[in-house]
Design a protein around this ligand. Sequence first.
Ligand code: PLP
Length: 452
Amino acid sequence: SSAPSYRVEGKPLTLPPFDYTPKPYNGPLADEILQKRQKYLGPSLFHYYKKPLNIVEGKMQYLYDETGRRYLDAIAGIVTVSCGHCHPDVLNAITEQSKLLQHATTVYLHHAIADFAEALASKMPGNLKVVYFVNSGSEANELAMLMARVYTGNLGMIGLRNAYHGGTSGTIGLTGLGTWKYPIPQGNIHHVVNPDPYRGTFGSSPGGYAKDVQDHINYGTSGKVAGFIAETIQGAGGVVELAPGYLEMVYDIVRRAGGVCIADEVQTGFGRTGSHYWGFETQDVIPDIVTMAKGIGNGLPLGAVVTTPEIASVLAQKIQFNTFGGNPVCSAGGLAVLRVLDKEKRQAHCADVGSHILARLRSLKEERYENIGDVRGRGLMIGMDLTKDFKNKTPGTELAAEVFERLRDVGVLVGKGGLHGNVIRIKPPMCITKEDADFLVDAIDHVLATAK
Ligand code: PLP
């Protein structure tokens, strides 16, 4: 069954037709799972929906709940499902590899690992040719920070306020959002003002923000740093694009202070921004270390760090190894993802459908809803910043919570982000169609028109 239909300006609001029948589901229902979860799983920060959602099946851009109801997955799992849920090529690659060998040790030779590393390196500019496989984005950023410190012999790291780089002991330090920070030692990490064109202190020109980096180096360090890390569009922080020209200025400052530059491409990589394969290319820079995860495996637990042979060589002085990173199944899946994205021209598709969504959301902002403070992003990495009072840009936290819940009621799953949870995040699988995109914007229109 599909979502019940609502009407937007006389037009019915129904999901576009989709030729797929989910399998009958006879498993445990939401209440039973919730009870077990509360008893046996750690208390989660995210309760997400007020009424928990039991998702039992996924097909391309859609998810199905226990009743067979279909939802448009406008957040791609959690920005993980790049090609589409259970994409046949990815499914086939991991199934065939699983039948032969799931895991031995990545110390043995295996063609899938080498082929995947070669394919990944071919997507990188400059001398970024050495790949390390890990299991998540946090692990990738941990390794990048280790590389920066060992390579430079310095300790200080510079990160951006409002950044999310992970939840492990080390990456909590890099993360620049207090909502994620436990009180543990986080020494030697300096958080500079993030160059947010909408809410930032210095508006959309990069100079003031870049000066803040230089000030931190001058006043807060010996003058030498290990490195600088940034997402090129801040994801969990609410889809914040960095002021144009910022990375070029800051990379220069950081390199003069002896540091290396790390691009966190966990959300922005693999063509999601449409205009470029990697987010850092939108700022015309080449980093020294690039970290990636999420979309790299279409949902498989996989991450990677890519760097130069020179930086990689310093890790040869000790053993650098993890048990599962780059195991044959994830590598086969990851290689299939790269091929699908090219074969199906998903990068160009992101640019096309993404600009359609952006244009339509911008006209909702201009013509209908004052409380849409900002519509931003690139490709299929889009944020809608909701405000209580658009003149003062007061975050519209309650409105965003209502929109998030009610979009689910009409059949659309989105994300929420920003320190105040006031940004609706739209990052669907890259196979979303124009009809889905129209349905999504109509749904947002309907929900905003009827918001309390
Ligand atoms: N970096 C960015 C930009 C992220 O968005 C995330 C996760 O949301 C991470 C790093 C951490 O990745 P993981 O949750 O796989 O450890």
